[in-house]
Design a protein around this ligand. Structure first.
Ligand code: URA
Length: 210
């Protein structure tokens, strides 16, 4: 199967998935969207109300802000793949539970392997902790690390800056680092050669790009 077919299969499976209780509140699964050959993959937390209605990631207020942040660095949504750590909406937008994250992770793993992005940007702590289990977002944000040979950059979740306006300059400054990081990842062969699994199996190595 080619990458686009794998993504389509993941989308079909998530639409019918009953591996965790989140399926009870599902109107639409939100597997993710974007090109199968995207060089950059953004991974958020989980669908909210509007995403559950439409089956698309980041279409509510946080998505509008994400679009602005992308536009600010010259990127359009059509150039990046956007996914979430859980594909169905947690009730009332609560945090995803460990069992829900584990149940959904194989879908994300398959998406990452199929897309094979040069850079993964995690949005928020749940996504960050998927790659960097012990990291704290307050100190890890904006700091690129390689995890199993792939560049991972933790960012605050855009919704955090909507709830706390003082975070906005920090979020914008982190996004401003992204073009240079993408160029560096493209120019560094080892950063573009991930190992067979993207689950963290080793301590991440710090990159010294800054
Ligand atoms: N927040 C997320 O983490 N993901 C979405 O798709 C929407 C809002």
């Amino acid at each position: 199967m080619n990458p686009a077919e794998i993504l389509q299969q993941v989308a079909q499976e998530t639409a019918a998935c009953t591996l965790c209780p989140l399926h009870h509140g599902r109107k639409n699964a939100v597997p993710g969207s974007g090109p199968a050959d995207a060089e950059i993959m953004f991974i958020g937390e989980g669908p909210g109300f509007h995403e559950n209605e439409q089956g698309l990631p980041f279409v509510g207020a946080a998505g509008k802000f994400l679009d602005e942040l992308l536009a600010g660095i010259g990127l359009g949504r059509e150039q990046v793949f956007i996914a979430n750590v859980v594909k169905c909406r947690p009730p009332g937008n609560r945090d995803p539970l460990p069992a829900e994250l584990s149940a959904c992770d194989p879908y994300l793993e398959r998406q990452i392997k199929a897309i094979n992005p040069k850079v993964i940007v995690t949005l928020g702590r749940f996504s960050m902790n998927r790659f960097l289990p012990h990291a704290k977002i307050s100190s890890a944000h904006g700091q690129p690390v390689t995890v199993n040979g792939r560049l991972v950059v933790p960012f605050f979740h855009p919704a955090a800056a909507l709830h706390q306006a003082s975070l906005r300059p920090t979020v914008e400054a982190d996004f401003a680092k992204l073009p240079a990081l993408i160029r560096a990842a493209a120019a560094t062969p080892e950063a573009a050669q991930p190992s067979p699994t993207d689950s963290p199996k080793e301590e991440p190595k710090q990159l010294s790009l800054f």
